[in-house]
Design a binder for this molecule. Structure first.
Ligand code: PEP
Length: 263
């Protein structure tokens, strides 16, 4: 396993110019899904103006229902590349099957392995061989040990550029979409040398909770955050209920900066 003892100084993961795991807090934000050029560019411009280090956006969306929007697929990936040209932000996007890895990795700056796929071991092995960083999201029914085991598949395939992402687990609680396991962030930081990201948007499922959970994640030692921002959440084709408006996101970024500066 990626034990801390093997690398006490911790691993620094480089996604574009961002260095994750060096003690700074790195925010990646953008829409849950790439929907249209106009929607992606407006969201990307908005988060870029707020000082994020990277753009998130799903081109391939593994949805609970086969009838839900499944993403723009390769066209979505092309739009993400255009958004990177426009904003200069590196892009993080999900890859859902092993035979897509090479082609997604040719465009993306980091691959995302989603919660529903994080124990797909052939996908992990392929992603580990892709030669670019991987954001590994914890499955919502997966323990900390099992998550570290999944991370080890990536390392074992030759890639130590791995960020573990806590995105909430399933509990008896229904007030939030998932229960953000902040104790897991502290445990991952103590037990493993890999940097840790937190996705408060998918965890909470409610935009008004994203700010307090972001600040809590930063306080508990998260190295990075992954936040859904959409220019028109009410029209979003995927997870609109949890997306923040750019204006609220700008406020959150201000508070996070003050926290980082110890104000
Ligand atoms: C996402 O971040 O786009 C996503 C689908 O999240 P998760 O895999 O954590 O549900």
């Amino acid at each position: 396993l990626p034990d801390r003892a093997l690398r006490p100084e911790g691993t620094v993961v480089r996604i574009g110019p961002a260095t994750i795991g060096d003690g700074t807090i790195n925010v990646f934000a953008g829409p849950c899904a790439v929907e249209t050029r106009e929607q992606l560019f407006a969201s990307a411009d908005a988060v870029a103006q707020c000082g994020v280090v990277g753009l998130r956006g799903g081109a391939f969306k593994p949805r609970t229902s086969p009838y839900s929007f499944q993403g723009l697929r390769w066209d979505g990936l092309d739009l993400l590349a255009e958004a990177r040209e426009r904003t200069g932000l590196p892009i993080v996007t999900e890859v859902v099957q092993p035979d897509h890895v090479e082609r997604v990795a040719a465009t993306a700056d980091a691959l995302q392995i989603g919660a529903r796929n994080m124990q797909n071991f052939s996908l992990l092995t392929a992603a580990g061989q892709a030669g670019i960083p991987v954001v590994l999201k914890r499955g919502f029914g997966v323990t900390i040990d099992e998550t570290l085991g999944a991370a080890e598949y990536l390392l074992n395939a030759g890639n130590d550029q791995v960020v573990i992402c806590e995105r909430g687990i399933r509990t008896f609680e229904t007030a939030t979409r998932f229960t953000l396991d902040l104790s897991a962030v502290a445990v991952f930081k103590q037990r493993s040398h890999l940097p840790v990201m937190v996705d408060p948007s998918h965890a909470a499922g409610i935009p008004s909770l994203v700010e307090p959970l972001t600040l809590a994640a930063a306080a508990v030692g998260a190295d990075a955050l992954l936040i859904d921002v959409h220019i028109r959440p009410e029209q979003a084709l995927c997870d609109g209920k949890q997306a923040m408006l750019p204006t609220d996101f700008a406020q959150l970024m201000g508070k996070l900066e003050m926290l980082a500066m110890g104000i």
